[in-house]
Design a protein around this ligand. Structure first.
Ligand code: NAD
Length: 479
């Protein structure tokens, strides 16, 4: 099967006829081809988007909201197709795609369809002198580039606010997980989204992705992906004074205090560590446990991890499916080997897992728990982005905060304690954009989402996203 670009309302083959293999990671086999788009495809998309911008940016808010709601309904109507496609492209369990990924993609469109109707800008009154009001105009044509781990979930998290605000979009999904973006093209056509308003071009990041970033008529880039790629993008957008929102990697600490609700914490930490094979930027990675409960926690945690089932994504009882690619599997294995050479002890897992039959060449890896490493070693400083966590003891709260912050990243952190006053106190000291107390991945789409330090620049979510995709203009009227 060959998937197509969605350009100016049409499903088109790439202009030069070049394609990239798309691999099903659960079987390690090529199952489709995606366009290897180039600047020719991009020019047509940008021209279509510029043309569409005139009508879309001036359409009533209700009209834009209505189309976005229709897209949301279209996603729900094709739930089964999208769930199957997401699982096959990414390797994640079908059950997870059905519970999390695709419902959230529909929710993203629904949320921003409603948010735009309720969005308001500010006014600043200078009593008896003047009134200032902030006009928020859409930027024009904007670029949205997303990663492979939560493909449609993160793709729509960018596209929906951009469109709601009246922008036209050139979007590129990861070349590793293009299928649900392709199905979204069909859904947008069925929903009556005017041609050119959303364009989806497929291909390699270093080719078409970079072309999008460099294009002078693309006014802003919303990017989610690795920190190294973020650096490349920032080096291009910076000198162009192009707006950029960068959601990057993480090395998220979990701080577990001796007074935590023990069973709840163990259960939630297993989820926080290994959901989606650990391939969520928000997953816990460095688990700090107060020394007085360290052994008890370690033993209970390892016992629960040992129960997780690594199997094919179609099996409804699977907890961890396949990793996204062979290269990523090798990267994860490389970090486990590194951990051993750095003096770590593998308490659980640590190996590639081979399944039988048609899945024998799939990229499966055991959920892995390591102890005995210092926080400063490479295993604990570099992002692994797979099913690997480390356990480290601490004595005092001050020490936990220091260790938690001792990383170049600052995306998310979790704190586990029944002492809420202390939890707030720790939360305020941890340098991370998202702090969860006694929970993980509980999301309210109105909240600011994003990281500090090398985890990114800017915030997504709620009004933050609508602000990013608009240009504030102060209008001052003398009274
Ligand atoms: P990646 O940076 O390799 O790729 C992300 C996207 O950028 C892909 O679409 C890719 O094709 C494109 N791309 C690659 N090079 C590019 C370039 N030079 N110019 C323009 N586009 C380019 O990341 P990935 O491997 O797909 O995703 C994993 C990373 O994403 C991890 O580091 C993870 O932490 C991060 N992530 C962050 C968040 C967050 O919200 N902060 C969410 C999910 C994933």
């Amino acid at each position: 099967m060959q998937i197509k670009n969605y350009i100016n309302g049409e499903l088109l083959a790439p202009v030069d006829g070049s394609y990239i293999d798309n691999i099903d990671p659960s079987r390690g086999k090529v199952y489709s081809e995606i366009p290897r788009s180039n600047s020719g495809d991009l020019q047509t998309a940008v021209a279509g988007a510029k043309e569409a911008f005139r009508d879309w940016s001036t359409a009533s808010i209700e009209a834009r909201s209505r189309v976005l709601l229709k897209i949301s309904e279209g996603i729900e109507a094709r739930m089964d197709d999208l769930v199957a496609a997401e699982s096959k492209d990414n390797g994640k369990p079908l059950s997870l795609a059905r519970k999390v990924d695709i419902p959230r993609a529909a929710a993203n469109f629904r949320f921003f369809a409603n948010a735009i109707v309720n969005f308001s800008s500010q006014a600043h009154v200078m009593e008896d002198v003047a009134v200032n009001y902030t006009r928020r105009a859409p930027l024009g044509v904007v670029g949205c580039i997303s990663p492979w781990n939560l493909p449609l979930y993160l793709f729509t998290w960018k596209i929906a606010p951009a469109l709601a605000m009246g922008n036209c979009v050139i979007a590129k999904p990861s070349e590793l997980t293009p299928m649900t973006a392709f199905l979204l093209s069909e859904i947008c056509i069925e929903a009556g989204l005017p041609k050119g308003v959303l364009n989806i071009v497929h291909g390699f990041g270093y080719e078409i992705g970079e072309e999008i970033v460099k294009h002078p008529d693309i006014k802003a880039i919303s990017f989610t992906g690795g920190t190294q790629t973020g650096k490349i993008i920032a080096s291009i957008t910076g000198p162009m004074f192009k707006k950029a929102s960068l959601e990057l990697g993480g090395k998220n600490p979990a701080i577990i205090l001796e007074d935590c609700e023990f069973d709840h914490t163990v259960k939630e930490m297993v989820r926080a560590s290994f959901s989606n094979q650990g391939e969520i930027c928000l997953c816990a990675s460095r688990i700090f446990v107060q020394r007085s409960i360290y052994n008890k926690f370690r033993d209970a945690f390892v016992a629960e991890v040992a129960k997780l089932k690594v199997s094919n994504p179609e099996d409804e009882t699977t907890n961890l499916g396949a990793l996204v690619s062979e290269a990523h599997l090798n990267k994860v294995q490389g970090y486990v080997d590194l951990a051993k050479s750095e003096g770590g002890t593998i308490l659980q897992g640590g190996n590639r897992k081979f399944l039988e039959g048609e899945y024998s060449e799939g990229y499966y890896f055991e959920p892995t728990v390591i102890e005995g490493l210092s926080n400063s070693c490479r295993t604990n400083q570099e992002e692994i982005f797979g099913p690997v966590v480390t356990l480290m003891p601490f004595d005092t709260v001050e020490e936990a905060v220091e260790l938690g912050n001792d990383t170049t990243y600052g995306l998310a952190a979790t704190i586990w304690t029944t002492n809420l006053k202390l939890a707030h106190n720790i939360g305020h000291q941890i340098q991370a954009g998202i702090i969860w107390i006694n929970t993980w991945l509980l999301r309210d789409l109105r909240t600011p989402f994003g990281g500090m330090k090398s985890s990114g620049v800017g915030r997504e979510g709620g009004e933050e996203a609508l602000r990013f995709f608009s240009e504030p203009q102060n209008i001052c009227v003398k009274l």
